[in-house]
Write a protein of this length. Structure first.
Length: 297
């Protein structure tokens, strides 16, 4: 979620999409006819090209280039929504312009801002994380039912004055899992090794800092909260290859695990999320136990 996206979306909808207000209201109040669990990925051109992907347990999105002009500064962090149904719901809720309220299926209340959100990345150099803007191109490779798979490209961005990098990233979310596998290839105009910082947002709302659990030996890092008095807690996590870990740090916005990466060589990690008012996890302890179990798989 971004701070002013509700106003931006309402403005866009008012220009035409809300001409079907009655149909939108029906979608808001009525579950879909097809309630079978499935993995799903869609592009939302009516919402500045957001990419939405979900399965029967989790829901995420990333932001397109069109949003940059309407909500600067926009960034390449990864959003996580609370979800409490087994069928896809994100697109129907986003269409009505009221994704920040719970209408019975889920809610977007995790604030990404310019942080990394749930597992976004950047290049760590000179004690600073250098990050891309929003994605530039997207290719949907599989839209369900048993998996959602897609790729995005991020345009070149500077790392101080020492190098320029770009990224292609593949996302793969199977049905029945809380974790999406990300495979990233960072290209660079120099062959020097990279330190890639994968982050979890320290302050995903205004109600307090998220609590970090870290197991460096297993490459498992999770964050819980802070507790929203209306909507509860989002838990997020990243799982990395512990052999790649160079350090664990934090900056003003993120908890960061730093990975040794070679330019042009793909590397993979996983991102996960849960909601304590959803169907699968009701406590930090339960979420952390699941994360550690996944780290051994």
């Amino acid at each position: 979620m971004h701070e002013i996206e509700r106003r931006a979306l309402l403005g866009a909808l008012a220009a035409g999409a809300m001409s079907g207000a009655a149909r939108a209201e029906d979608a808001r109040l009525t579950p879909p006819a097809d309630q079978r669990p499935r993995a799903n990925v869609v592009i939302a051109p009516y919402r500045y090209d957001d990419v939405l992907w979900e399965n029967d347990r989790v829901a995420h999105r990333i932001y397109g280039r069109a949003l940059e002009a309407h909500e600067p500064p926009s960034g390449s962090g990864i959003d996580a929504w609370g979800k409490k149904v087994r069928w896809p719901f994100m697109e129907r809720q986003l269409h009505i312009g009221d994704q920040h309220a719970d209408h019975g299926e889920g809610v977007d209340f995790y604030n990404v801002g310019t942080a990394r959100g749930c597992g976004g990345l950047g290049v760590w150099y000179d004690n600073k994380l250098w990050t891309s803007r929003n994605y530039r191109a997207v290719r949907i490779l599989q839209n369900g039912p048993d998996a959602a798979r897609f790729e995005v490209d991020y345009a070149p961005w500077p790392v101080d004055v020492v190098r320029t990098v770009s990224e292609t990233r593949r996302f793969e979310l199977p049905l029945g899992a809380n974790f999406t596998r990300l495979t990233s290839t960072i290209s660079s105009n120099t062959n020097d090794p990279l330190l890639i910082g994968v982050g979890l947002n320290k302050r995903p709302n205004t109600f307090g800092q998220a609590a970090l659990s870290a197991d460096r030996a297993r490459g498992a890092f999770s964050a819980w909260g802070g507790a929203d008095p209306t909507y509860g807690n989002i838990g997020v996590a990243v799982l990395v290859d512990p052999r790649q870990i160079a350090d664990v740090k934090e900056d003003a916005d993120n908890y960061l695990v730093l990975l040794n990466v070679a330019p042009g060589q793909p590397f993979s990690y996983r991102i996960g999320a849960c909601w304590d008012r959803g169907l699968d996890f009701t406590s930090r302890a339960a979420w952390d136990a699941y994360v550690l179990n996944e780290a051994t798989r």
